[in-house]
Design a protein around this ligand. Structure first.
Ligand SMILES: [Zn+2]
Length: 330
């Protein structure tokens, strides 16, 4: 009698390196601690090649690669070496064993997914439902892949944009720091101006600074004014006192801001010292009081206004210093 071997369908996967087998599950939690590994573990199906008597540097008789690049699989007949490129076959009862690529090619044909091979109605139904689920699954897979690809691209673009922004901010910080240093230098150099010739060079320097903005140009003006005072003070007609310098500053402000009448500056730093209490008394000089009364009287004659304002002017003319202030002591 003759017999023909029944065709069997097996699952198979070609193995090249650790983790290639779909059931290797290289990120399964450790059995003892239950912790999830941070890097890939040894494959569950194809394990690392280990042999007490065979060095990992030894070359394989079968494939010529060093043993380090091999795997090891437990089969029904005991353990077996897996070479790079070997197929791992899962047999009809779930047993696994390696097969050399040449033998595999000669023995097996790829089962096509669209091949319907049914003997009974149930088998046909099963095959058709498998095909339908596959057809439903494929577009979903494609959609998922596209979505992941898109997300990866967006993430990359976002990262690049962020890096570019950070670069610009860093550059601006650098410029700002340089600018701050330059301005600090102006104030230092302003104090060192010793002649009108030096002053001219100084003014040209601060005015022609290449990175001027809304704020730095005002620093240039102030440094220029300080340098002017220094240079003028060094002239043969200069040599002013601290009091004169204060008077110059006060009058500069009066002229620049067109302040009408007396005014005063208050340095709150003086509040730190008890001996300066007199600077914070709410009093005005006799001259200031005279000026105020004259102004109020003039306003009453020539200017109209809100009744409260008129009454205020009248009370000044009548002799009341506003806001509870008094006259300087003699
Ligand atoms: Zn080998």
């Amino acid at each position: 009698m003759q017999f023909r071997k029944k065709p069997v369908v097996v699952e198979a996967t070609q193995w090249f390196k650790n983790g290639d087998h779909p059931l290797d599950d290289c990120f399964r939690p450790f059995e003892d601690t239950g912790e999830v590994p941070v890097s890939s573990r040894e494959g569950k199906i194809v394990r690392y090649f280990r042999h007490p008597n065979v060095s990992g540097a030894k070359k394989c008789d079968q494939c010529g690669q060093i043993m380090h690049f091999h795997g090891w699989i437990d089969t029904l007949e005991g353990g077996h070496i897996v070479c790079c490129g070997d197929w791992i076959i899962t047999g009809i009862v779930g047993e696994m064993y390696p097969c050399k690529p040449a033998i595999f090619e000669a023995t097996y044909d790829r089962v096509k997914v669209d091949e319907i091979n049914a003997n009974t109605e149930e088998e046909l139904l099963e095959q058709v439902s498998k095909l339908i689920s596959l057809m439903e699954y494929l577009p979903l897979m494609k959609e998922k892949e596209e979505k992941e690809e898109k997300e990866e691209k967006e993430e990359k673009e976002e990262k690049e944009e962020k890096e570019e922004k950070e670069g610009v901010i860093k550059m601006i910080d650098g410029i700002n720091e340089e600018k701050e240093n330059t301005i600090a230098e102006w104030y230092q150099k302003a104090k060192e101006c010793r002649s009108t010739d030096e002053l001219k060079i100084f003014l040209d320097t601060v005015l022609s600074y290449g990175l001027h903005d809304y704020s730095s140009i005002t620093d240039a003006f102030i440094a220029g004014l300080l340098a002017t005072m220094k240079a003028m003070d060094c002239h043969e007609n200069g040599g002013i006192t601290g009091f004169q310098a204060g008077w110059i500053v006060m009058n500069f402000v009066t002229r620049e801001l067109l302040i009408d009448g007396p005014w005063r500056m208050q340095k709150y730093h003086d509040m730190l010292y008890p001996q300066y209490s007199n600077k914070f008394e709410k009093t005005i000089s006799k001259d200031t009081w005279d000026w105020l009364q004259k102004e109020a009287s003039k306003n009453l004659e020539t200017a109209g206004g809100h009744p409260d304002v008129i009454a205020h002017w009248q009370s000044i003319v009548d002799g009341t210093i506003p806001f509870g202030w008094g006259l300087d002591k003699e």
